[in-house]
Design a protein around this ligand. Sequence first.
Ligand code: MN3
Length: 206
Amino acid sequence: MPFEVPALPYDYAALEPTIDEATMKLHHDKHHQAYVTNLNSAIEKHPELASKNPEELIADLPAIPEAVRKVVQNNGGGHVNHTMFWEIMKPNGGGEPFGEIGEQIKSDFGSFDDFKKQFNETTAKQFGSGWGWLVFDGTKLQIVTTANQDNPISQGHYPILGNDVWEHAYYLKYQNKRPDYLAAWWNVVNWEAVNARFATAKSYKK
Ligand code: MN3
């Protein structure tokens, strides 16, 4: 069974005005689809990889045959990253984080505002295409960035949330103003979904 792009859990226009409908259509139907198509072509050449799920594939890149390792890193990463991205957003989302992730953010960053500021500043500086992430190192939350479609899971850190700062994620509406996109994005975060990912991150073992 080849990998498939999951259906969006809301309408293309549901995240307006934070993320516009045209961006969502292109991002989900074209960009995410391209990662999945390329990943499936690599798996076709190495059918033994089909028994793993996409997270398992990118969690252990050295185990991937060298001929397709970079393709799996980029496109497996693209698939995993975007699958998470759609899930951690929702219409009428945002607000203050609650539950265990809300407590952990307060304890590790002082306040939600301090956390957001640090996340936005760090992610704004990611040179070129990449992602800003919140990960759990076993003790504390950490903000990290990756280039391209690299996912922190390849370094043993299960991502709790991540924001896409490839230009395709924001350019139609925000043009070159990445910091404006980063600031607005918190309005669509689905904190229920982020709490569920935090629970997974805390028990994650490669
Ligand atoms: Mn993207």
